[in-house]
Design a protein around this ligand. Structure first.
Ligand SMILES: NC(=O)c1ccc[n+]([C@@H]2O[C@H](COP(=O)([O-])OP(=O)(O)OC[C@H]3O[C@@H](n4cnc5c(N)ncnc54)[C@H](OP(=O)(O)O)[C@@H]3O)[C@@H](O)[C@H]2O)c1
Length: 298
């Protein structure tokens, strides 16, 4: 039995009974790869993926991010195999709004039928009767937030919530205007946008969501498919006797109390390393040095 770690304290999603440790896990990269098709098909070592998820949860991770469009279906099926029956307090956050093309592409899927099918597909593949949190992943621009009303698809999700299939709703890849529009329709518990040491377009948004207790969950916290690489980061890490990825995660945790991290990894060693970052305190002097890494601040 592994020892439960202190994973950076807990955070309660607004208006909910869901409390999660701030150090979570992102399951996207547990799916495989087929040539240029990323997040596609089964991984080379399914048993290894199962063992990794089990160790994460044994270590105290109780917030796992996923989607049925990872694989597609593969990540959710592995999660179910590894962790079902799910322990009390484990919060699985999923997302809808896209389908996968045969070429591995990510296709917007926002019609009422597509959103309803996506919720049922997540329920089926995860083996759940109700989804704790569903993020509506906006696809007006696949790679970054783009303006446009999200009322129609969000209303569909709100109806599925009314039917008892979803407990809470979040948003992903959204602008400030879309968050405001959404909050007039339904309570929003979390926002998942791209954000890390080098990609800081949401600096003010993170702070603005904090007073209302809305969680900000950065995706690509370590840089995603091309993990962060920088001399500045490596130098700070070596002065703190830690690794660059630990500094990147500790920086996010220190940045604001409403940030929850969901680093992804397929490696047990990296998982252990990432969980340890919850204990790392970056001194003010080094925080100032890290500011130099930001290239997208507004
Ligand atoms: N809403 C969205 O649109 C969206 C988009 C992308 C992702 N997400 C969510 O965000 C989660 C996190 O994103 P992500 O997994 O793509 O990116 P990430 O967490 O930023 O980085 C993952 C990459 O970093 C490497 N890595 C992890 N820990 C490491 C360590 N200690 N040392 C060295 N390398 C390390 C991993 O490789 P190894 O496997 O070798 O460790 C992997 O290549 C996903 O799992 C997914 O749930 C959401």
């Amino acid at each position: 039995m592994l020892q439960q770690m202190n994973l950076a304290g807990s955070f309660t999603l607004p208006g909910s009974l869901l409390s999660v440790n701030r150090m979570g896990y992102g399951a996207m990269q547990l799916a495989g790869k087929d040539g240029n098709k990323l997040v596609w098909g089964p991984p080379p070592d399914v048993d290894g993926a199962i063992a990794l998820l089990q160790e994460a949860v044994e270590s105290g991770v109780n917030h796992i991010d996923t989607s049925d469009f990872y694989g597609p279906h593969v990540t959710n099926q592995i999660l179910r195999k590894a962790l079902s029956p799910y322990r009390d307090g484990l919060v699985i956050v999923t997302k809808v709004g896209a389908l996968r093309g045969e070429d591995g592409s990510w296709i917007p899927a926002f019609s009422p039928e597509e959103l309803t099918d996506a919720v049922h597909s997540n329920l089926r593949n995860l083996g759940l009767d109700v989804l704790d949190v569903v993020n509506l992943r906006i696809m007006l621009n696949v790679h970054q937030p783009a303006e446009g009303s999200i009322e129609a698809p969000l209303t569909v999700l709100a109806e599925l919530q009314q039917k008892g299939l979803i407990r809470h709703i979040g948003l992903s890849n959204v602008t400030r205007t879309q968050i405001a529009e959404a909050r007039r329709i339904v309570p929003i518990v979390c926002v998942q946008n791209q954000y890390n040491l080098a990609h800081r377009s949401d600096d003010t948004l993170v702070a603005d969501l904090a007073p209302d207790g809305i969680a900000y969950v950065p995706f690509f916290p370590l840089g995603g498919f091309s993990p962060l690489q920088s001399d500045t980061l490596s130098n700070v890490a070596s002065r703190l006797n830690s690794t660059p990825m630990q500094v990147a995660l500790a920086w996010l945790l220190q940045r604001s109390p409403n940030i929850l991290v969901i680093p992804g990894t397929t490696s047990l060693q990296h998982l252990r390393e990432n969980l340890q970052s919850a204990k790392l305190q970056i001194p003010a002097k080094e925080l100032t040095v890290l500011e130099a890494m930001s290239n997208a601040r507004h």
